[in-house]
Design a protein around this ligand. Structure first.
Ligand code: ZN
Length: 374
């Protein structure tokens, strides 16, 4: 894979570019819908392609636990298994091992854990998660890293940074020896909690290796919004100019806009689809809670400025009704609309960078979403 920066906004650091993969181009800044377990909840893969998304995220831990590498291998990889032709990025599973699995024990060689499904024992080493991602056929693979909880003491974060660097080094060497870097890129992950000096130590060590890109991990785990934004800005500044920069697990409109302003190129988050299933919808004028009784007789569209088929076909009154009635189509329509919104937001951000208007659209969205923090 390859990355080209096409334009930097005149006001600062926001950049528009293209990641070229063997399965097609990915225009940045990009938002990746999340297909954790080989499906984007409530939507067909055809919807994701129609919506225009150029890359999605799936998860190594979940796919390894179920359906397992044997079934994925016999299907010919994840693209064939779920009939999706465009690029896929896979998370290494580190975060899930630390947050989901039982009895997780970290050693220098890797991490031992029990499946959250059936309690069976497993071991992930830096090399093994790359082997799994090879079977998956990920276009961009992530290294195994050690995530820390929040709050965590400085000593604990420092240890996790050292381990993250050791594992990234092992991953890098294994990737260089046994993978085609052109078809399967590898990103390193900068950890360090909310400690700037540890973020720097981690970034210094990792950017010395020729990874395909660099991610910022360990954020959005409970720190304050001010801490989050400070660490984002600081860490983005430590990353090489010519490589894609990926903010893991962040996807609210204002946090994407803030991070793009810091020079971040890639995002993923379950939030837009999760809140959709709970009846919270993004619109051009802010969030709408479709459950509200205020919409019981509202014959207007959800968002008059949205061109999606849901906004063109149904009233707020109807969308409220099917949500309250527990109809499956409510999950489908709400998810479709929120992802259509996210794609439109990313397209607008990209256009604004080309036109040197990024600060204007930041201000515009901040008027609608700034107050909520999202
Ligand atoms: Zn819509």
């Amino acid at each position: 894979m390859d990355f080209t920066i096409e334009k930097i906004d005149a006001s600062g650091k926001a950049r528009a570019g293209v990641i070229t993969t063997s399965r097609g181009p990915v225009k940045t800044p990009v938002f990746m819908p999340v297909a954790t377990r080989a499906a984007v909840r409530a939507l067909a893969m055809r919807d994701i392609e129609e919506l225009g998304f150029e890359m999605i995220l799936s998860n190594t831990y979940h796919l390894y636990i179920r359906p397992g590498t044997e079934i994925l291998a016999s299907a010919g990889g994840l693209h064939a298994f779920m009939n999706y032709r465009r690029p896929i990025l896979t998370d290494s599973g580190g975060y899930q091992v630390f947050s989901l699995s039982d009895l997780c024990r970290v050693r220098d060689e890797g991490v031992e854990f029990r499946s959250h499904l059936d309690g069976s024992s497993h071991f992930f080493s830096p090399e093994k998660v790359l082997d799994i991602q090879k079977v998956i056929g990920s276009d961009i693979m992530m290294v195994l890293d050690e995530c820390t909880e929040y709050p965590a003491g400085r000593d604990r974060v420092e240890k996790a940074v050292r381990r993250t660097v050791d594992w990234a080094t092992a991953s890098y060497n294994y990737w260089r020896r046994g993978f085609d870097a052109g078809t399967q890129g590898l990103f390193a992950i900068i950890q360090g909690g909310v400690h700037p000096e540890l973020r720097m130590e981690c970034a210094d060590a990792l950017t010395g290796m020729d990874f395909s890109g660099f991610a910022i991990g360990g954020l959005s785990v409970g720190e304050t919004r001010a801490e989050y934004r400070d660490v984002t800005e600081y860490t983005a500044g430590l990353l090489p100019h010519g490589k894609p920069r990926y903010m893991m697990g962040v996807g609210s409109p204002m946090e994407i806009l803030h991070a793009v302003g810091c020079g971040i190129d890639m995002f993923d988050c379950v939030m837009p689809t999760r809140i959709a299933r709970n009846g919270t919808l993004f619109t051009s004028r802010g969030r709408v809670n479709i459950k509200s009784s205020a919409y019981a007789r509202d014959d207007g569209p959800l968002d008059p400025d949205c061109g999606c088929h849901v906004c063109r076909s149904y009233t707020k009154s109807y969308l409220r009704h099917i949500f309250r009635a527990g109809e499956i189509s409510s999950l489908i329509y709400n998810t479709y609309h929120n992802l259509y919104f996210m794609k439109g937001l990313m397209d607008e951000i990209r256009r604004s960078i080309y036109n040197d208007k990024f600060p204007d659209i930041y201000k515009k969205w901040n008027n609608h979403y700034g107050g909520t923090g999202n």
